[in-house]
Design a protein around this ligand. Sequence first.
Ligand SMILES: Cc1cc2nc3c(=O)[nH]c(=O)nc-3n(C[C@H](O)[C@H](O)[C@H](O)COP(=O)(O)O)c2cc1C
Length: 339
Amino acid sequence: MLSIGNVHLGSQLVLAPLAGITDLPLRMLCREFGCELAFSTMISARSLAWSNIKTEKMLFTEQGDRPLGIQFLGVDPEMLARAADKLAGLPYDMLDLNAACPVAKVVRKGEGACLMKEPKKIYELVKVLVERTSVPVTVKLRAGWDNASRNACEAALRAQDAGASAVFIHGRTRAQEYRGRVQYETIREVKKALSIPVIGSGDAFSPRLIKRMLDETGCDGVAIARGALGNPWLFQEANAFLAGKPEQDRPGPADILAVMRNHLDRCCSFHGEALGTKLFRKFFSWYSKGFLNIKPLRIRAFAACSCNDMMAVIDAMESLGMEPGAPVYASREADVIET
Ligand SMILES: Cc1cc2nc3c(=O)[nH]c(=O)nc-3n(C[C@H](O)[C@H](O)[C@H](O)COP(=O)(O)O)c2cc1C
């Protein structure tokens, strides 16, 4: 259905890299709901090359966490080569170069979306990675630096010439960051220009929006990012919708609470209780959207310091109702789809 080099997938959906978010617990949870290819959080090639312990922890994986893509951030070919060497013997299936991150402290160093200003550099860096690893190499691009310099096709062609096995394209410019609508036409143009698979990214918030991205751009797959936050069901629901099944009802409160407990357990056992509980706080907010009178419990969740504290807040959600009749995706679709 979607093949990237020697990685053959039964689904067109991918869990996109999300810095500080797509850790092992979230990847494993999304996999329970039908996600196949998932990406690590963004890893600084320089930190990995210098054996930073915190960075090495980002590479932790377990059985079942496959196929796994690792994403590098970097601009120095030597650092990228050394970082790729550090992956030797580790279980991973794909290596991605980040040319999309818009954060000021990243682009200031010439990394992330700043690479969109230098398509020749993208060629050079992809080539280094292709030479240093045996797994397929991909690159994550933006539509361009800003609206006046929308050069995604040129950058994508350079990546393809350098040996990339696929291109991920976030259809917004760096100047847009995460605002405004994704530009389907940019993704369509990149798809037309390349012979390798193109995976679209942007506004993949609902099964209908994911189908629309595939239909309107002709792309080979869709990367799910913010749409998966508090909603791992999106993988299952979108896979079913793409297979022609009708849209499903949103999960009920009991399903949501069961997934929250599962996710919290995973966070605490992977990160340790204190950090795991702290990291889960933002997920609490995402999962609890749509619950009535949730505010006091959100305040308690943000003060929770132990797994037991957080579990007690989740238990207390059992007595809350949910907003009636508001389909989970309606408001997000309304923002994107013009009617
Ligand atoms: C909090 C956050 C962190 C992100 N981190 C990364 C990252 O580390 N690497 C990357 O390539 N993209 C990153 N992205 C971009 C997403 O992968 C995705 O391309 C973008 O959010 C557009 O998709 P969406 O509109 O469906 O969310 C991040 C986005 C968000 C919101």
